[in-house]
Unconditional design. Structure first.
Lengths: 362, 240
């Protein structure tokens, strides 16, 4: 199936759940949730991010890679061996699933940066990992790192999300938080690496929308060493959030005010303190305002953030039931896994909703 | 007829309703099925659960009652009939609606009544018992939008950009203060109580639908919003 062969009136679907006590849930719940929104995807991409899924290797960066062939695998593994100590490696277990016959080679590695190289490069550990991942993705043909965080993992493919979840046997993983995505690509052909979530370190983004400011955002973020390889807007969102959070040390709420900044007319009506803050953030990072419709779930160690574009051109609801919090494109995707809710509501455009583990990251 | 929609896709659900000779369909366990009753006429539907997007799209004379929340684009381009929602509604409620009535007991999302229009005796009506999100009545071209804020939500009766692009129809907002920053092309008139017999009739139908006393509903203050004919949209986009 190639993009453009048919048209199908749908839009992407996103869903997420977190248990704020840190109690772990099987990935099966996310599969059930996203399956309810089947009609929003068109089979050109689906994926999941699970947090807390690798407790036995929680100190190690978990690299998930696609390889086109054994040559790429050899080259990729040579690179990883030169730059990291590998604690454990294996093929990522998959289930024989119809429609996944053309799967790439899918491997994972639990690694720590090579201590000597890290010392001589004078980089902090995370920056070292990011640069290595960037090099693999841009320099090694046919190799692609699609997940590289600690105690979390991304699983994605071309296909409907519920089938992707089956393929990766996500019912056998347990995490305290999950996000997922069903894809309906608008501007790029669907391929395995282009499915969501996008990840960098432990950050992950699932996104429903289409960003009209893509080029302006890309030009700016590439000045800081990021390489947008995929031509997709979700990749650029991931880099923007990484830049603002990890490098500029903004808080999540401040990040939301940069990428989904209020209109000047709306800012003018706010309290003096809010006005000063939002004006500062809009002026400091004008090129990182994301225009066009989007709803995203941003995942990180210990939490999830839901955010809509400021005009709210995509639907999204949030809900809670006891210690569990839910985010989804449609209410039905939440009710599918939790029929009884304490409340369900639709956040306003540009209003970040953050759900975190009680007592911080595990 | 009466059935459970559990595990049922939207085509099967709609075909069952259409194929049945019964004029009443009671459907339990709805969960995200889109296009329920799309284009349908002459039937009564009672729904439980969470029906999916575009419920009653192109509806042409049915009566639908939902005992729960509804999602986006309910009554999209609806022509005739009634949709009563006992919970909240998502975005773009009554999108391009051109006839019939939608009554919601709770809140509605962004862009309720976007591009509603009227033609001859077709005059669409939306009444919201709670509050509305931003862009209420965006590009409204006809019909009546009423927001009652029955529970006096501290968040305010509407979000931002109310009536942007409004050029026909009327809006009634039951509140003591006018929403800030109304567009210059919209005129607001304060009413201490509703006296227009057409609106009074709508309010009493709304009250009956939810079994609430109708007596107080006419009491304001209200603001009635209409397009400002003295300040049309010339020179807004182009120089002509």
């Amino acid at each position: 199936m190639i993009e453009g062969e048919f048209r199908d009136p749908s839009g992407c679907a996103i869903s997420g759940v977190i248990d704020r006590t840190g109690r772990r849930m099987s990935g099966a719940c996310m599969i059930r949730s996203i399956a309810t929104m089947h009609d929003r995807s068109n089979g050109l991409g689906g994926g999941f991010a699970g947090y807390g899924i690798y407790p036995e290797f929680k100190e190690y960066y978990a690299f998930h890679l696609f390889y086109d062939d054994v040559v790429a695998k050899k080259e990729g593994e040579d690179f990883i061996q030169r730059h990291f100590d590998i604690a454990f490696q294996s093929a990522i277990p998959t289930r024989k699933t119809e429609g996944f016959g053309d799967a790439p080679i899918i491997f994972r590695y639990f690694v720590l940066p090579d201590a000597r190289k890290l010392e001589t490069r004078r980089l902090d550990e995370e920056e070292y990992v990011v640069r290595c991942v960037n090099r693999i993705n841009t320099e090694i043909k046919g190799a692609y790192v699609f997940s590289c965080g600690k105690n979390m993992g991304i699983f994605k493919a071309v296909g409907y999300p519920e089938d992707v979840g089956e393929f990766y046997r996500l019912d056998e993983y347990e995490g305290y938080a999950w996000t997922c995505h069903g894809r309906y690509p608008t501007n790029t052909p669907g391929w395995w690496g282009g499915a969501h979530p996008f990840g960098l370190l432990d950050y992950s983004v699932v996104h429903n929308g289409e960003i009209s400011s893509y080029d302006a955002n890309r030009r700016y973020i590439e000045m800081f060493g990021y390489k947008c390889n995929l031509q997709t807007d979700t990749e650029v969102i991931t880099y923007i959030v990484d830049f603002l959070l990890r490098k500029q040390k903004l808080t999540l709420r401040e990040v939301a005010k940069v990428i989904a900044a209020s209109f000047w007319t709306t800012i003018a009506d706010k309290s003096e303190e809010e006005r000063r803050e939002e004006t500062y953030l809009r002026k400091a990072f004008p090129s990182l305002l994301i225009n066009g419709p989007f709803s995203i779930i941003f995942g990180y160690t210990g939490g999830l953030m839901a955010l809509n574009d400021r005009l709210k051109l995509r639907s999204m609801v949030v809900a809670e039931r006891g210690d569990r919090a839910y985010i989804a494109s449609e209410e039905c995707a939440i009710r599918a896994i939790q029929p009884e809710l304490d409340y369900v509501r639709a956040p306003r455009g540009g209003e970040p909703v953050i759900f975190e583990l009680k007592g911080g990251a595990p | 007829m009466k059935f459970s929609a559990q595990g049922m896709d939207h085509r099967t659900l709609n075909e069952r309703v259409r194929a049945s000779g019964d004029s009443l369909a009671e459907i339990a366990d709805c969960l995200g099925q889109r296009y329920i009753a799309a284009g349908l006429s002459g039937k009564t539907l009672r729904l439980w659960g969470t029906p999916g997007n575009a419920l009653g799209a192109y509806l042409d004379g049915c009566s639908i009652e939902v005992f729960g929340n509804v999602q986006d684009a309910v009554g999209d381009t609806m022509n005739d009939g009634t949709i009563v929602v006992h919970g909240n509604a998502g975005d773009a409620l009554g999108y391009a609606m051109r006839g019939g009535k939608i009554f919601v007991r709770g809140d509605v999302g962004y862009r309720a009544g976007i591009h509603m229009k009227a033609y001859k005796d077709h005059r669409p009506v939306i009444v919201v018992g709670g509050v509305a999100g931003s862009f209420l009545g965006e590009y409204q071209a006809g019909g009546v939008l009423v927001v009652l804020d029955l529970d006096r939500d501290p968040a305010g009766i509407v979000g931002n950009f109310c009536g942007t692009g409004m050029h026909g129809g009327e809006m009634y907002l039951r509140c003591a203060a006018l929403p800030h920053a109304l567009p210059a092309q919209v005129r607001a008139e304060r009413l201490e109580r509703v006296e227009d017999p057409e609106i009074l009739q709508i309010l009493s139908e709304y009250a009956a639908a939810f079994g609430i006393p109708s007596a107080g509903l006419a009491e304001g203050p209200y603001f009635r919003l209409t397009p400002n004919t003295e300040n049309p949209y010339r020179l807004l986009y182009t120089n002509n």
